[in-house]
Design a protein around this ligand. Structure first.
Ligand code: FMN
Length: 201
């Protein structure tokens, strides 16, 4: 099983990273898994410039940005599943994870239906990662779940758009301090159990 884990926190070794590591332990407890961990803030992933070149409207050309993303997309198509982790930043996902989803748009292929005048009357999307498994990890500073409600809604919508199968989500609150989650055995165990689910065995 090949899994790509995206760490959407700029704090390496901190809460999101710790939860992802524990999920990977759970995953690996069920058999061989090759995990590629990608620190979004250390990777060369330029900000989406919104040119829409990758969309059917502009003929689905390649993304004009030259960076790590082409390789990441190619490996995503080979992978069996993904872990997407983010801290709560102002009630939203981190900019790094938002940008990853923006730059993943080339994976979506739109079949556009036009009428006899050429006007778009319908569109059907398929994605190059259709049906792959996904695990979501969110850490926040506050203690109230509602702080991250928008994040979970946005993540769920993106899972749907990319036609991924969300197998579990991990949520941990009260983690303002660096790596505070390490002392929260319940949350760490939940991350482990989510990793086991990702293995799907
Ligand atoms: C710029 C910024 C904005 C934040 N906004 C929120 C917020 O709106 N709600 C919240 O509960 N925590 C917020 N936090 C706290 C982080 O979500 C929390 O510390 C998280 O555990 C960080 O994960 P990390 O240690 O993996 O980076 C914010 C932190 C930063 C740096």
């Amino acid at each position: 099983m090949q899994i790509m884990a995206f760490v959407g926190s700029p704090r390496k070794g901190s809460n999101v990273d710790c939860l992802i590591d524990r999920a990977i332990e759970g995953l690996c407890s069920r058999g061989d898994a090759a995990v590629e961990k990608i620190y979004l803030y250390e990777s060369d992933i330029k900000s989406c410039i919104g040119c829409l070149a990758c969309t059917a409207f502009k003929g689905s050309q390649d993304c004009p940005l030259k960076d790590d993303m082409a390789g990441i997309l190619a490996r995503m198509m080979q992978a069996d599943g993904f872990i997407f982790g983010t801290p709560n930043y102002v009630h939203s996902m981190s900019a790094g994870l938002v940008n990853l989803f923006c730059r993943m748009q080339p994976l979506i292929k739109m079949n556009i239906i036009r009428d006899s005048t050429g006007a778009i009357i319908d569109a059907h999307a398929t994605t190059a990662i259709n049906g792959k498994r996904a695990l979501i990890v969110v850490s926040q500073g506050d203690f109230s779940y509602t702080q991250s409600a928008l994040i979970f809604r946005a993540l769920d919508s993106n899972m749907r758009d990319f036609q991924l199968k969300k197998v579990a989500e991990v949520f941990s609150a009260g983690n303002l301090e660096r790596a505070a989650v390490k002392d929260k055995e319940t949350d760490m165990q939940a991350a482990y159990a989510a990793g086991v689910k990702l293995a799907g065995i």
